[in-house]
Ligand binder design. Sequence first.
Ligand SMILES: O=C(O)[C@H](O)[C@@H](O)[C@H](O)[C@H](O)COP(=O)(O)O
Length: 260
Amino acid sequence: MSAPQVVVHRDKELMAKAAAARLITKIVDAQAARGSASVVLTGGRNGNGLLAALAEAPARDAVDWSRLDLWWGDERFAPDGDPERNHTQAREVLLDSVPLNPARVHPMPPADGPYGHDADAAAEAYAIELAAAAGPEDHGPVPSFDVLLLGVGPDTHVASLFPELPAVYEKERTVVGVHGAPKPPPTRISLTLPAIRAAREVWLLAAGEDKANAAAIALSGAGEVQAPAAGARGRSRTLWLLDEAAASQLPRGLYPPASA
Ligand SMILES: O=C(O)[C@H](O)[C@@H](O)[C@H](O)[C@H](O)COP(=O)(O)O
């Protein structure tokens, strides 16, 4: 597992733009090297902020959108099209305005789909879909995602893995149903830490004063059960993208701010 790198930007707007530019380059390079790219999206303000910046990026269409595989790190278990769903929000800010191949876009099952209101069955179905997309060169029953994006909660949660709740202890399954999440809605679907750690690169996004404590805890050696963000590591890279407010409690000696 790669040790975290930290890049600090002046504010959340610049962080979103810089992260979008970084993601475009990563996707273009992966497509040049392997013919396609795979990215795992995250929900929340910072995750959607990155997608909105991507939609406006001058280099946006350097990406061959038809050869991009999109997955989700977590989902609020709500009916298809519900404004609360991460998939709905991603469509609104970016996905509906770029020429993706729908067969390569993999939203997590909605609550009114084939699994009804059974989040655990929906999670199992997504795990099967991931396993079907994995190849012999991949690390376990998930594809080797080029970039797995994660927003970070003020309690250090990532995806829908909340401190000390059952999902963060999962070591075998790649996708689980989440019940009683402290961040509404209470019922969710989430990749587990083993699935997150199969990614080539994991990028964690945190902006704002309310994330400063979480970033400091996760980057100062906390355990993954108490601080799930601390367990979100990529195989070859773990990158924290912060604004100055979210970086304000980091031990300066460890992570001097990079260029703003
Ligand atoms: O479904 C969700 O809510 C997200 O996937 C969640 O993990 C989010 O990324 C964090 O809670 C940070 O959210 P903010 O960026 O809005 O603080």
